[in-house]
Design a protein around this ligand. Structure first.
Ligand code: 2BA
Length: 109
């Protein structure tokens, strides 16, 4: 068994959720925050058998878009009065970031 920890953009959360349910996957959704952008994103924990992994990767690929996002290198609040504030820079977010881990044991009681 594998545990896939998948970080998706909040805007892809609904269609990812619907597609995972339609495809019969079981999963847990956790609200999370990106360390770099400090914006909300969504982390999904999806337990799958090894055979299901290719189908899951396909669902992730189909539902998570890559986006360009502008980020302020120095937030206005952090800048001292009169300081030079560098222009926002563009970063590419997603489609999704996924970690696939081996599961030693899974049980339900
Ligand atoms: P954030 O940390 O908010 O990162 C958003 C995007 O900013 C990243 O997109 C990446 O393009 C850029 N970025 C992140 N750290 C950077 C840095 N030190 N310098 C320049 N650009 C940087 P993604 O790579 O698609 O990541 C989307 C979200 O997935 C991340 O949001 C974070 O929540 C999670 N993530 C990505 N890589 C991770 C990792 N190795 N471990 C844990 N979480 C990760």
């Amino acid at each position: 068994m594998k545990l896939v920890v998948c970080v998706v953009h909040n805007r892809d959360k609904s269609k990812m959720t619907e597609s995972l349910i339609r495809a019969g996957f079981k999963f847990t959704v956790i609200g999370s925050t990106g360390g770099f952008l400090r914006e909300g994103n969504t982390t999904m924990l999806i337990g799958v058998s090894e055979d299901e992994l290719p189908a899951l990767k396909e669902v992730i690929r189909e539902n998570c878009e890559t986006r360009d996002q502008m980020v302020n290198v120095m937030p206005f609040e952090a800048a001292p009065p009169g300081a030079f504030i560098p222009s926002p820079v563009k970063v590419q977010v997603g489609g999704a970031v996924a970690f696939v881990m081996n599961v030693d044991e899974f049980y339900r009681v």
